[in-house]
Write a protein that binds this ligand. Sequence first.
Ligand code: FAD
Ligand code: NAD
Length: 509
Amino acid sequence: QVPLKPGRSLMDWIRLTKSGKDLTGLKGRLIEVTEDELAKHNKKEDCWICIRGFVYNVTPYMEYHPGGEDELMKAAGTDGTDLFDQVHRWVNYESMLKECLVGRMAVKPIAAPKAITLHVLAAFHDLLLLMYFLTVGQCVPCRKYAFLSLLYFLFYSYDWFQTDSLITIVIYTKQKDMNAELVIVDCQDKRLRGEIIVGSYSYLVEVDLDHAVSEDVAVNIAEKVGKVEIILKKKDNNHWNTLGQPCEGHNSFIKRTDRGLFYRKCKLVSKTEVTHDTKLFCLMLPKGTHLLVPTGQHIYLKQIITGTEVVKPYTPVLPFLPLDFQEPSHHDGVHIYLMIKIYSCGLFTQALDCLQIGDYISVSNPEGYFNKSQVQTSEDLILLAGGTGFTPMVKLLNFALAEVSCLRTVKLIFFNKTEDDILWRNQLEQLALKDERFDVQFILSQPTKDWVGRQGKISSSLLSEFVKRSRKDSKVLICICGPTPFTEQGVQYLKDLGYSQEEIHAFTA
Ligand code: FAD
Ligand code: NAD
């Protein structure tokens, strides 16, 4: 993020798009854009960008872009889809830039989503070749079809069966470490959507069911063999002839980044104060949803603000910090807790703060690159958090203390402006008293004169004082999260202090 000029906030942009001003210079006409034409519009004062086959005149948006003009100019006059996907594919540009739409590309410049078939082809070339020859006796279209089907069933497939009262959909993932966090199911209004996450790929079953089902959905996983069962209860005990009508994307296995974010509406069930400006929001998933947000991952919230869809990422936390780790912590699978700072001039958080108990908000599937296995082998875990950058540390801290047996020390170094800004201070101090492996250090950047603790901002000297291995050769993982400059500087200082890339995890968008 770069500082924007006054009058150039997202809200100001939304106002401009609603003003009726001709933002494309085409008086509402939509045109077909050739690659040559697109390439001509490559200057700050005349800038067109193509995203997923649609061309936008982003010239009026330049000064409002949160990432700055230079970032936007990287895609000037070209197809910016890949760049956009790398930086923020979750931003709903269709809504944000709808008044800037110039038209479609004359020839669609982006390739179709890269299906697994390409990777599979490379890996199993010989086997596939053999299969191909087995089908050569058939006519060309049949051959192609038979070939693709064979190829497909080698990897992913689903099946279904019924009893008088139940429908069971079975997906054979062939993944040995399949678990409940990798299966996301939504069943509402006769539409079933089941997504299985397999590394950076996603397999989808999505159908309009043949008959109505009740809202109770059960998910069973045979972890060892990777078999996933989605069990639905029939509303009427009649016989189904088919599972239902396949929807777009049904039975596909593609890169996760090529699959659009899926949202479901969740009910706000409580909102409690954490500090003077931060609240804990509890959202309830719909009954037909099975969704567990993995440690270290975030979700996106979506709201319509003055007619424009706005999306922002948030990292789920626990309802409180458990103090006792005898029993594994209980995830009810129904509620999502979000600790959110309300900015006085924040577009999204102001709208969020206006939500009443019982109101609904759209919540996406989880995303993020953190891998729990990074912690599982650590002996020392060091968490550097700035402000709400504390949120990913909550589940991480709990996971480490409750489930990582080789862990010797966990240290949280928590940077805030003032004492009043410290999130869950009491709980953190209690935990430090209760569990000798855990230690917390608060560092304030704008303390009052009464503050006797440490003060300052993230720096090499502060880090060299607090970030230490418990033994000379112990395995350490350092996680860092906070405002972008905090995270970037922190990573650099850590590297300067001799920590390797593998020993550092930075939480970013
Ligand atoms: P905006 O309208 O975008 O900005 C209004 C003003 O608020 C700005 O002028 C600026 O001064 C200030 N501001 C806005 N955004 C930031 C920022 N990111 N850093 C510093 N100042 C800012 N926030 C939480 O409260 N809890 C979370 O769990 C959480 N998780 C996140 C996870 C990820 C992966 C990322 C990238 C961000 C996360 N955030 C979280 C930040 C959140 O996504 C929003 O940026 C934040 O809520 C502000 O949104 P807004 O629309 O209200 O502010
Ligand atoms: P804040 O402005 O209250 O700052 C908290 C502390 O961070 C400060 O006391 C200071 O020590 C440090 N800090 C702030 N600005 C700095 C700078 N420019 N250089 C060095 N250190 C600095 O923080 P906040 O308003 O609570 O913001 C928290 C940030 O964390 C937001 O930017 C949010 O987007 C980010 N966040 C990211 C994730 C993620 O997963 N990527 C999750 C949660 C929050």
